[in-house]
Ligand binder design. Structure first.
Ligand code: F6R
Length: 614
């Protein structure tokens, strides 16, 4: 979703801002803009619809001088993507320029109030309302910018991360956040600002994550000052971030998505490193050690998440219920937060999120916390909002995920959920030692088995050519493989724009089978585990209706290869680890179909990487 970058220091701001915007391209956006206070003290705003490269073309021949500036990539919420609606937005006097992530929910009321005072608006955005409000408060009360921002934000309902420049004060940037992340990077006589740490890490590893309703006064000539809306000074906590720049580059791959799919064996290894011992006889999660009683005494687990992370949650339910015998509910965070759920201090909520910034998941956490539940986070982005809002948790440690379609984060989440279920089960004595050791031993083999699956890449690329022009797909699985079917279908639809649905295989005959004819490709996860025979019957039913079956089978399967149209053979593993193996070919399949269709794989239309608005 929208990206923010800011710079103040001795260097030219423009190249740093543009590079920063490119680092944030992965979040998804439709327009881009920059505001600079030039060497001759002009406040210049340049913005355009399209890519950051379009902005670069737009500013050729323009004055891009100055060593203070703010820049933005916008993902449209209020008003279509166009240069008028792009950020930065000027105030009426053109003395203030503002960029904003989030949504001002009461913008219509505020706009009416400002219009009655004679203010005119050029765009359809809620952001322009905010900059005009700040100016109105500033001028009518003769205040400095910081105080005007504090008062204006006090009137705002909604979510924001903002940065403001003032033409007459070329030595400062004012930035603030509520429910939308903002990070200040501290360099040597220079400061950086960004909506996540990725644009900052190549300049400094010292960062401050602003908290809700905090305002940063970033001045060239003094230390970072942070105050709250009531002007109480806060002590900024300086943290150190370590991000490998190579992880932010494509490293020779045509797309981040392919790179991230291919990285999975290493990611899963990193995720388990230090948690499973070399002999494979123990699994340790520090969060479980620290909060053993609270977790073991939970009457119920409630998993809240969105999208792909929600699919990982469905697998988590199977794992925790099977091994720990504790009931688990899996909820869409967006539904949970508005449902007045029955939840109390005997519940443990597991919040799963790659970005750690998903607005609905954050709101679900706050609701559960307010009812006394204990919150365990499973996140990837270190230092993001969700890990900071939870009581404890485990990072998945798969490195930055840049492709919009989530791949390695999903398998990382499932790996952490597996380790969590195993650790709790062992503590609770609800799993036999023999079974525990058998699973851990197999879990250790997952990275090698994923490597074997990745060798099927060329075969899957060939297969995808056959189906590039299909209009619909059905994905089927049962048990642990049902969430894999959902995830396979989601991957396909989000990057290839082909309509795809995932179902539990046995549900077919309750309706969806009506869709099956010779034109309908059906992907079936039919590995030799659990309900294999039943899935075999489901395949027969589809073949009887002339559907085209693409089956994921265990190596050496002789039955299904005779009836399915196409088979992808996967290395054998145990049932509860099937998702870690079977998801990978489905990611590759979706990827290659999207590439064949010429789609923008890493930044699919209408999607954002980190959904910071509800
Ligand atoms: C799909 C995808 C989304 C996210 C969802 C939640 O490929 O990436 O469905 O899984 O928006 O995001 P996080 O995990 O960041 O909370």
């Amino acid at each position: 979703m929208c990206g923010i970058v800011g710079y103040i220091g001795k260097r030219d701001a423009y190249p740093i801002l543009i590079k920063g915007l490119k680092r944030l391209e992965y979040r998804g956006y439709d327009s881009a803009g920059v505001a600079l206070i030039s060497n001759n003290q002009e406040l210049n705003v340049y913005k355009t619809k399209g890519r950051v490269s379009d902005l670069e073309n737009f500013v050729i021949q323009k004055d891009i001088s100055g060593n203070i500036g703010i820049a933005h990539t916008r993902w449209a919420t209020h008003g279509e993507p166009c240069s008028l609606n792009a950020h930065p937005h000027f105030s009426s006097s053109e003395k203030l320029a503002l960029i904003h992530n989030g949504i001002i929910e009461n913008y219509a009321v505020l706009k009416e109030k400002l219009q009655s005072k004679g203010y005119l608006f050029k765009s359809s955005t809620d952001t322009e309302v905010l900059v005009q409000l700040i100016e109105y408060i500033k001028i009518s009360n003769n205040l400095d910018l910081l105080t005007a921002v504090q008062l204006a934000l006090g009137e705002v309902i909604g979510a924001y991360a903002i940065a403001v420049l003032e033409k007459d004060h070329p030595n400062e940037i004012i930035a603030a956040r509520k429910s939308s992340p903002l990070v200040v990077g501290i360099g040597q006589d220079e400061f950086f600002l960004a909506s996540d740490a990725t644009p900052i890490v190549e300049y400094t590893d010292k960062v401050v994550y602003l908290e809700d309703e905090e305002i940063a006064l970033i001045r060239r000539d003094m230390d970072l000052k942070v105050v709250n809306l009531n002007n109480v000074e806060m002590t900024p906590e300086i943290k150190s971030v370590k991000l490998n720049l190579g992880q932010l580059e494509k490293g020779g791959y045509p797309h981040f998505m392919l790179k991230e799919i291919t990285e999975q064996p290493d990611c899963i290894h990193d995720c388990m490193r230090g948690r499973i011992n070399v002999e494979g006889s123990n699994v340790v999660l520090s969060a479980v050690i620290d909060h053993k009683e609270r977790l073991l005494n939970a009457k119920r687990f409630i998993i809240v998440a969105c999208g792909t992370s929600w699919h990982a949650g469905l697998i988590g339910k199977h794992l925790i219920e099977s091994f720990c015998r504790i009931p688990v509910e899996v909820e869409y965070a967006s539904e949970f937060r508005y449902r007045d759920p029955v939840i109390d201090s005997s519940d443990v909520v597991i919040a799963i999120s790659q970005s750690g910034e998903t607005a609905d998941t954050l709101a679900a956490i706050e609701l559960a916390k307010s009812r006394g539940a204990f919150i365990y986070g499973i996140c990837n982005a270190i230092g993001s909002s969700i890990p900071r809002a939870t009581h404890t948790g485990s990072y998945i440690h798969v490195g930055p995920e840049i492709g919009v379609a989530s791949t390695k984060a999903f398998t990382g989440q499932v790996t952490v959920l597996t380790m969590l279920a195993l650790t709790l089960a062992r503590e609770k004595h609800s799993i036999s030692e023999e079974e525990f050791l058998r699973i851990v031993k197999e879990l250790n083999k997952v990275p090698e088995k994923m490597k074997e699956v990745l060798k099927l890449n060329d075969k899957i690329a060939e297969l995808s050519k056959i189906f590039t022009y299909a209009h619909n797909f059905i994905y089927l699985g049962r048990g642990y493989s049902y969430p894999v079917a959902l995830e396979g279908a989601l991957k396909l639809k989000e990057i290839s724009y082909i309509h795809a649905e995932g179902y539990p295989a046995a549900e077919m005959k309750h309706g969806p089978i009506a869709l099956v004819d010779a034109e309908m490709p059906v992907v079936v996860i039919a590995t030799q585990n659990g309900l294999y025979e039943k899935v075999l019957s489901n395949i027969q039913e589809i073949k009887a209706r002339k559907g085209k079956v693409i089956a994921l089978v265990t190596q050496g399967d002789t039955f299904i290869s005779k009836i399915a149209d196409y088979c992808i053979e996967l290395p054998e593993t145990i049932e509860c680890l099937d998702p870690l193996i079977a998801t990978v070919p489905l990611q590759l399949f979706a990827y290659h179909i999207a590439v064949c269709k010429g789609m923008d794989v890493d930044q699919p239309r209408n999607l954002a990487k980190s959904v910071t608005v509800e």
